[in-house]
Design a protein around this ligand. Structure first.
Ligand code: APR
Length: 230
């Protein structure tokens, strides 16, 4: 029976693949107003601006390559039952070969009908514009969870965290809920690791937490060493 390794990732794990984070210096929220491009209100006000924002990010994500951190996590599936819960909307975990990835905030490569959230299309790096409609006649919108929208995958993600034997957080400021609340579902006695170059105030119980104050690419090898002693 393989130990269950649960990984919670955020934009920081994709930083070394060239994709911007949100809240770092030069991050996305420095150049875009969240309410204009990542809320239902912004969509109502100026849908083409929202489409342009995600078209640009979709193109960048399509060209990005997984880095060593993504690749090591995929490789760990040989020894562990690895489940990745990501806030990221890029598909670098999948490109690296991870086979069990839960996207809490949606996926850039997918769009859906505004009429029916279950009518989802894979568009790879194609730009979507006003007038591009789903088969039900609904305007196509990014398959992304905007601020204020429900996070449909949060329950399955919480169940995964409840079941973890080992838990590692990589590259998230843990400032956005309900994603950030997932750390509270991990048992107190479960060894937890946090890989991040600048330690934000992780608001979770500090029992059994070991901070690896490095970038994802540098920190993943430190984590591998520690795994050997578990
Ligand atoms: N390696 C590891 N971590 C890094 C690196 C790196 N090279 N560079 C930055 N980081 C860390 C930062 O220190 C920070 O803790 O990654 C984290 C990035 O935090 P955010 O920019 O807030 O990204 P994230 O936590 O994923 O945001 C959560 O907010 O805007 C919404 O929906 C969006 O999913 C996103 C959510």
């Amino acid at each position: 029976m393989k130990k269950k390794l649960v990984v919670l990732t955020g934009a920081g794990i994709s930083a070394e693949s060239g994709l911007k984070t949100f809240r770092d210096m030069g991050g996305l929220w420095e150049n875009y107003a969240i309410e204009e491009v990542a809320t239902p209100e912004g969509w109502e006000k100026n849908p083409q601006l929202v489409l342009d924002f995600y078209n640009e990010r979709r193109k960048q994500a399509y060209l990005a390559k997984p880095n060593r951190a993504h690749l090591v996590l995929a490789d760990l599936e040989k020894e562990f039952e690895v489940k990745i819960i990501t806030q990221n909307v890029d598909n670098l975990h999948e490109k690296a070969g991870s086979t069990n990835v839960v996207h809490l905030h949606g996926e850039l490569s997918k769009v859906r009908s505004v009429k029916n959230p279950d009518l989802i299309y894979e568009v790879d790096n194609k730009a979507i514009n006003l007038g591009d409609l789903a088969e039900d006649g609904g305007q196509l919108r990014p398959h992304i969870v905007w601020f204020g929208e429900l996070v449909p995958m949060i329950e399955p993600a919480a169940d995964i965290c409840l079941d973890a034997d080992i838990f590692v957080v990589i590259g998230t400021s843990l400032q956005v809920y309900p994603a950030a609340g997932l750390v509270g579902y991990v048992g107190n006695d479960v060894p937890k690791f946090v890989i991040d170059p600048s330690m934000p105030a992780y608001s979770f119980n500090t029992k059994n937490v070991e901070f690896i104050e490095k970038t994802a690419v540098e920190g993943i090898d430190v984590f591998l060493e520690k795994l050997k002693n578990l």
